[in-house]
Design a protein around this ligand. Structure first.
Ligand SMILES: Cc1cc2nc3c(=O)[nH]c(=O)nc-3n(C[C@H](O)[C@H](O)[C@H](O)COP(=O)(O)O)c2cc1C
Length: 317
């Protein structure tokens, strides 16, 4: 019942993409999502070419199913290097996040037979990516974890659906069957989730991060420039709250720089109790268990089918 055009376009069984997650989704998660019938996507942000090559080989050793590689266009050199590696190694799908990789890069990927899916925060950005030739867009609302814009998923998705002819997926704030069904109601042909996939057995989030995720409320994230300079939605830690308080009282550049360094310098611990800065979305408040990826995906689809059957009755009340 949930087979849509995006399944045929990307060669996947279910219309569920795992959004690339730097620090939350390594090869085990990516391979598990693809193996379970969705699309796992490798992050590349901040990584070397060597790591990307090793990650691609590791995913391929775990699954024969399609997977994606995410390019964060944070600089022409990095964007072109990632694209060239994806072409050389025959990666089937590339997703782009935050910025525009540029028409020439999109054309090169497409000429190599790679499907390109761009994550976009506005209608204008969706139209630009469509005109550059991408195959589909993910309309991602400000609720999402990671780099975000200002428009929420609920108003963004239908406006993007009305504005472009290519398939549109929804992201930002989706964490269970209700969100999946809502995305379809808005006109999306599939979804991308990040935060929910962090709370899985296969994610590489450390123990502290996982425990934190399970106890978070919907108000425990904050959008800050302290992490990368651009607006990123993260877990609200004391370091980030100190940075944001300084922004609110109009602190000078030098103070903000020092506070941002403190955020970026806070250690990524591996053992329980260590503090870790992490992107996360508002849907964190909904997550109360850590489950295997296959159970998550199949459970969501089964529950969505049950809910869809009940909808006509709900709508009459
Ligand atoms: C920890 C974390 C890291 C992320 N890193 C990236 C990234 O490297 N590239 C990217 O395009 N998006 C990144 N994102 C965004 C996700 O791919 C996805 O679009 C987003 O999480 C969807 O919203 P949700 O968190 O509400 O599910 C990240 C998100 C999280 C939570």
């Amino acid at each position: 019942m949930f087979h849509t055009v995006i399944c045929d376009l990307l060669g996947i069984r279910y219309p569920i993409l795992q959004g690339a997650m730097q620090g939350g989704g390594g090869v085990e998660l990516v391979a598990a999502v693809s193996e379970a019938g969705g699309l796992g996507v490798l992050p590349t942000f901040g990584g070397t070419d060597q790591k990307l090559r090793a990650d691609i080989a590791a995913v391929r050793s775990r699954t024969n199913r399609p997977f994606g590689v995410n390019i964060m266009p944070m600089g022409r050199g990095i964007t072109e290097r990632c694209a060239a590696t994806c072409i050389e190694l025959g990666v089937p799908i590339v997703t782009t996040g935050r910025a525009d990789p540029g028409e020439a890069v999109v054309r090169r990927l497409k000429e190599a037979g790679i499907k390109v899916v761009s994550v976009i925060p506005t209608v204008a950005h969706a139209k630009r990516m469509e005109s550059e030739g991408v195959d589909a867009v993910v309309a991602s609302g400000t609720e999402a974890g990671g780099h975000v814009g200002t428009v929420a998923t609920l108003p963004l998705v239908p406006q993007v659906v009305d504005a472009v002819k290519i398939p549109v997926l929804a992201a930002g704030g989706i964490g269970d069957a209700r969100g999946l069904l809502a995305a379809f109601a808005l006109g999306a042909v599939g979804i991308q989730m990040g935060t929910r996939f962090m709370a899985t057995v296969e994610s590489d989030l450390n123990e502290w991060g996982r425990d934190r995720l399970l106890e978070m409320r919907e108000t425990d994230t904050v959008v800050t420039r302290a992490m990368t300079g651009a607006t990123v939605r993260c877990v609200a830690t004391p370091e980030i709250e100190a940075y944001e308080a300084a922004v609110s009282r109009g602190a000078g550049e030098a103070e903000l720089k020092e506070l941002a360094q403190r955020v970026r310098g806070s250690r990524y611990g591996e053992s329980k109790g260590d503090r870790r800065q992490s992107a996360a979305g508002q849907v964190a408040g909904l997550i109360r268990d850590v489950v295997p990826v296959r159970d998550l995906i199949e459970g969501m689809l089964a529950e969505a089918a049950r809910l869809a059957d009940r909808l006509p009755a709900v709508a009459r009340h």
